[in-house]
Structure formats: C-alpha cells, structure tokens
Design a protein around this ligand. Structure first.
Ligand SMILES: Nc1nc2c(ncn2[C@@H]2O[C@H](COP(=O)(O)OP(=O)(O)OP(=O)(O)O)[C@@H](O)[C@H]2O)c(=O)[nH]1
Length: 393
C-alpha cells in the first residue's frame, strides 16, 4: 500500500547509505595503482623509443643488433612490471634475479657485435637506460644498483677481450631461451590477471546486489510496523511533514483519522496475546482495503491506528469516511471459533492553515479521539477548530 518515499528524514537516510570505508579505500588504492602503472608504462616506452633511436643512429645500418637490445629491454620491462606487482615473495625473488641477469646478457651481446664501431655514447645508453627501465618496472633500488654494476663489469670485460668470439654465441642462445621463458611467463600473468579481474568484477556485482537487498531490509525495518506490515509512526510523520509543505490545495483536503480500539486490553487478557495480534492484523487488512491510492494507513503502536485520507473537500465526505471506518470495526472478528469483541473510537483532525508540525496535527486528532472515548466510545469526534488551533501554539 505504501512505499518508502524520497522524503525520509536525512538522519535515517544517512543510516541507510551503503557506507563501507574499507571498500572505498580499496577501490581508491586500485585506482592509484592503475594510474601509477600507466605512468610507468608510458615512461618505459619513452625510454625504449629513445634507446631504439639512439641505437639506430649508432649502429650504422646493422639491423639485428639494433633490434636485439630494445626488444630484449622491452621484454624485461614488461615481464618485470607484471611480475613485480605480485606480492608473492617467491615470484619477486625469481623476477629480481632474472631482471638483474638478463640486461647484462643483452648488453654483452650487443656490445660484442658493435665492438668494431663502438662509440662511447653507445655504452652510456644501455648502461643508463636499461637499468632505468627496470627501476620504472618497479625493481627495488638495491637490485637496480646490482644490475648496473653487473652491466658495467660485463661491458668492460667485452671491450677488454673484443676478440673472444665464443661469448656472443652463448649470449645469443641464452637471450633466445630467456626471452621465450619470459614471453610464456608474461602471457601466463596476463591471463591470470584477466581471470582475477573477472572474479573481482563478479564479486563487486554480488556485493552491490547484497547491499541493495540489505538497504531494502533496513528501509522496511525503519518505516514498517513488523506485526501488521503497515507504515509506522516515523513514516506517518514524514508524510504529514510533506503534506504540510505541499501547496495549499493539496494539504487542505488531507484529514487525519486516529483510531484507538476500545477495550483491546480485555482481548489480550481473555483470549491471549496471540488473539490480540490476530485482531490487530485483521484490522490492518480491513483499513488497507478501505482506503484509496495515495492515502496512508499506519499503526502508531499498541492498538492505535492512523489513516491519512486525501481529497476530502467537504465535511460530509469526512463523515462518510468515519462511518466506513466504524462499519469496518463493527464487523465480527473470529479467532479459533471465538468471536472477539471489537470497537474503536475515532478522533478526526482535518488540515488547518495554522498547523505547523506533524506532532500538533496528531495531537489534535488524539484529543478528539479522547473526547470520543469519554463520550461513550465506538464513535467519532471531529476536532474542534478552535481547540485545534490552540493545540498548535
Ligand atoms: N496483542 C498485542 N497487544 C498489544 C500490542 N501492543 C500493545 N498491546 C496491548 O494493547 C493494550 C492497549 O490497551 P489500551 O489502549 O491502554 O486500553 P484499552 O483496553 O484498549 O482501553 P481503551 O483504549 O480505553 O478503550 C495493552 O494491554 C497493550 O499491552 C501488540 O502488538 N499485540
């Protein structure tokens, strides 16, 4: 009959927000990591281009020495940047060892092939740029220094024994083997990362679904009476507040009917609490069947109900609704083959221009209901306009 509107008090809404600081921190960290990875990739590619360009100028037309160094460096860079992302210490150790030993091998092969026309600038390039790539890929500083020193030693050795022909052949074979291993490893990593991403996306979707369900449940708890399923006091106050804010024409034809069951305590005392509950549920069903779309049936608590009816322009219409409510209360209620006593007193409070708050509106309905009790119960009393205005001050 009712649904939680967008007009809940902000305090309640803030309770219902899916706030999960751990999740927020996690996604911020992932974003930061991705940004950093993109930057490293861009810098790495820039260094590679620089290296390739410089080698092209230096190599004097020889194609495969030109390709060997940048391609090898690229393989190391990509491999190291993927593998070092893993926190697994075994992986980090393996990656670091490969990252330290492979660049010197590339450099060695390259330096030997270029030994005839090796200018000083060519030595500086692999010496500086290649380890720099590793640093960008995430290699710790100490290992970067180790890689650099190894490079330096090997280049010096190559220059010193430029006539030693066995070294480039061994280097070339090793480079091919290692590049293959690296390629396979990188592909494995890419695949694993992709699978991890898929699993993570699935988990995020599941969490979002659970969160929506939890929100829905919390909304129900916050705005629904658990016994009857009717709107509760909080929701009614919300609606009354909205009504008071509405344009004059909409607010002016809204009327509060406050119904308090007569001698309900005796139902509990004579037939038991379960019988009392059954009667409350039955009354809730009857009231729900009575109202139109846009009206609101609510259980204030205990044996008190409120029906907020819209579109009642004339006193005669108010009386018609009150009679209908009394008629519903006069229908017999059966519980385990026993008829339960039932009746109710109704206080009616139509909207007034002086009304300032939901509380004062309910108060005048409550006063009128009390008058109906005093006058003999099972009847209605319409709040006296003067009293109603006074109660609002
Ligand atoms: N079964 C049941 N009883 C409830 C529930 N909530 C409140 N009550 C009982 O409802 C009764 C309300 O009694 P009152 O409204 O004070 O008194 P009454 O007997 O209706 O008398 P009048 O209102 O003066 O006609 C109390 O005995 C409460 O214990 C509920 O959820 N289930």
């Amino acid at each position: 009959m009712w649904s939680p509107s967008t007009s809940e008090p902000s305090t309640v809404l803030s309770l219902l927000q899916p706030l999960d600081p751990v999740q927020q921190r996690h996604s911020a960290r992932i974003k930061r990591e991705r940004r950093w990875q993109r930057q490293r990739l861009a810098l790495g590619l820039a260094c590679l281009s620089l290296l390739s360009g410089a080698l092209w100028l230096d190599a004097g037309g020889m194609v495969w020495p030109i390709l060997l160094l940048p391609l090898g460096s690229a393989a190391v860079f990509f491999y190291a940047s993927f593998a070092l992302r893993r926190s697994n210490s075994e992986w980090e150790w393996r990656t670091s060892v490969l990252a330290i030993f492979i660049p010197p091998l590339f450099t060695t092969a390259w330096a030997w092939m270029m030994r005839e026309q090796l200018p000083a600038s060519s030595l500086v390039l692999p010496f500086v740029l290649q380890p720099m790539l590793l640093l960008l890929a995430g290699l710790p500083l100490l290992r970067y220094v180790a890689a650099t020193l190894l490079n330096l030693l090997l280049i010096t050795a190559i220059i010193a024994s430029a006539s030693f022909t066995f070294l480039p052949a061994v280097s070339a074979v090793l480079v091919v083997v290692l590049a293959t291993v690296l390629g396979i490893n990188t592909a494995q990593h890419l695949l694993q990362n992709q699978q991890r991403m898929l699993v993570m996306r699935q988990r995020v979707a599941e969490n979002a679904e659970k969160m929506a369900e939890r929100n829905q449940k919390m909304r129900k708890l916050a705005f629904e009476d658990p016994l009857t399923g009717l709107a509760n006091r909080l929701h009614l106050i919300n609606q009354l507040r909205q009504t008071l804010k509405n344009p004059l024409s909409e607010a002016a034809n809204s009327v509060v009917f406050l119904i308090d069951l007569d001698f309900f305590k005796t139902v509990n005392d004579q037939y038991g609490h379960a019988a009392g509950d059954a009667l409350l549920i039955e009354i809730a069903q009857r009231f729900k069947a009575l109202v139109r779309r846009g009206d609101l049936v609510c259980r204030l608590g205990g044996d008190e109900f409120v029906i907020l009816v819209r579109g009642l322009n004339k006193p005669a219409e108010i009386i018609t609704v009150a009679d209908k409510i009394l008629a519903k209360l006069s229908e017999p209620v059966w519980y385990q083959q026993q008829q339960l006593p039932l009746g109710g007193s109704i206080g009616i409070a139509p909207w007034l221009p002086d009304l300032r708050s939901p509380a004062s509106w309910l108060k005048s309905a409550d006063e009128a209901m009390y008058q109906a009790k005093v006058a003999g119960r099972n009847r209605y009393v319409i709040a006296d306009f003067a009293t109603q205005a006074r109660s609002d001050t």
